[in-house]
Design a protein around this ligand. Structure first.
Ligand code: FES
Ligand code: FE2
Length: 425
């Protein structure tokens, strides 16, 4: 039995939480197989019969839209002898037929066919549908599942994070995004908890990005100014492990000047940029520029496994103490000129894709972090930057962008989960 409270202190954590197989197994049970975990976005299964296979930890799931349009999240396990019934990543199907002995389920998970049934004395098909994950919830089109029968509602768990999910999708005049432009996938040799919100690493890990930006912008480029202890940018603890960076510090000054215009919203001064702005004004009126800016500036970790950053959705899947898969999707906006979405894909490719200028450097540093933590003669990591963040009106805690507010927010949620104390609520 691990004594979890001995591993986390207010300003430091023990490296075993990143390296121990026993702790990893407990994390799956106490966090991933219990809490609200992001599984898919509604836009991945828009039509009746659409499905997507997803993972939570070691459990594979089928997220399916039935012919009646209902979303179901099922364990990918045949009720006969347990084979996975679906191996495709995405598709549209009327039935899932198990490859082993042919038991067949419809898109609502009902068992509808059993070959050669006369050899069963009795078989009540109505009790042998695919097992559903006990609870499903949706927030701004993001589908979450909880494998616990009871617990806080999704709304309670998300708390302040829900508003940022909404901000993210409101970059579309219809308030809808689609994850239709493909997936960037990578597996790295490091712990899942390294994929957090970190405003301290940028000027070091992302030297390549800064070099390129500097080359483009010329001599007046204020290199790395937004990521220092003097910056107006902030790090936020939103409660329940959710955290964010607010990187708008310097932009706040410019907002009033350009007003509710394409330029004020930071979108291109092109016919498409203006058409996009016009339709946003049609939907959001005088707030349109602000809505666009807020969406572009979303930089949030929804604990434990979802991140929304700029135009990208990032999903973290723990595979082992020292192995993690990250799936990233450029979020396409519904009902906007094509070039607006093309720009979002290009910016995703630039920083977030597997062959981009940003993510590979993060992955490199995560792997080095894992290597370092295995040398645990002195096992403590120091998380003491900005130990006393300021409370703000809505209950969040705010510090300088380089503070370790997000790391401590996640570690305290982690400790509550591992000691079964639940969400802060
Ligand atoms: S295991 Fe699925 S039909 Fe036998
Ligand atoms: Fe990074």
């Amino acid at each position: 039995m691990v004594e979890y409270s001995a591993l986390i202190e207010p300003d430091r954590v023990h490296s075993a939480i990143f390296t121990s197989d026993e702790i990893f197994a407990d994390e799956l049970e106490r966090i991933f197989y219990k809490y609200w975990v992001y599984v898919a976005h509604e836009s991945e299964i828009p039509e009746p019969g659409d499905y997507a296979t997803k993972w939570i930890g070691e459990k594979q799931l089928i997220v399916s839209r039935s012919k009646d349009g209902e979303v179901g999240v099922f364990y990918n396990r045949c009720r006969h002898r347990g084979a996975a019934v679906c191996m495709e990543e995405y598709g549209n199907a009327t039935f899932f037929r198990c490859p082993y002995h042919g038991w067949t389920y419809n898109s609502a998970g009902d068992l509808v066919g059993v070959p050669y049934p006369s050899r069963y004395a009795e078989l009540d098909k109505s009790t042998l549908g695919l097992a559903q994950v006990p609870r499903i919830g949706v927030s701004s089109g993001f589908i979450f599942a909880s494998m616990a029968e009871e617990g806080p509602t999704l709304e309670e768990h998300l708390g302040l994070a829900a508003g940022f999910l909404e901000d993210f999708v409101k970059a579309s005049p219809t308030g809808k995004i689609t994850l239709s432009a493909g997936t960037s996938k990578s597996v790295f040799h490091g712990n899942w908890k390294f994929v957090g919100m970190d405003g301290y690493h940028t000027n070091f890990t992302h030297k390549t990005v800064l070099d390129l930006r500097q080359r483009k912008a010329g001599p007046n480029f204020q290199r790395g100014a937004g990521n220092t202890d003097k910056s107006a940018n902030e790090s936020w603890d939103l409660g329940n492990g959710h955290c964010r960076l607010d990187l708008t510090g310097r932009d706040k000054i410019a907002v009033g000047v350009a007003g509710n215009t394409a330029i004020g919203a930071g979108i291109p001064d092109t016919p498409d940029g203006h058409a996009y702005m016009d339709s946003m004004v049609g939907s959001y009126g005088d707030d349109a520029a602000d809505v666009i800016r807020k969406s572009r500036d979303v930089h949030i970790h929804v604990w434990p496994n979802l991140q929304l950053i700029g135009a990208s959705v990032r999903v973290i899947r723990p595979m082992a103490a020292g192995r993690t898969e990250v799936l990233s999707y450029p979020a396409m906006l519904d009902d906007v000129p094509e070039s607006i979405n093309t720009t979002r894909i290009r910016s995703f490719e630039w920083f977030s894709g597997v062959a981009s200028f940003g993510t590979p450097d993060d992955v490199e540093v995560f792997e080095r972090n894992q290597i370092g933590l295995q040398s645990d003669y002195i096992p403590w990591l120091v998380l003491a930057r900005g130990l006393t963040p300021e409370p703000v009106d809505d209950g969040a805690l705010v510090g300088n962008v380089t503070d370790e507010v997000p790391q401590r927010a996640q570690m305290s949620a982690w400790l509550r989960a591992m000691t079964n104390e639940g969400d802060r609520g």
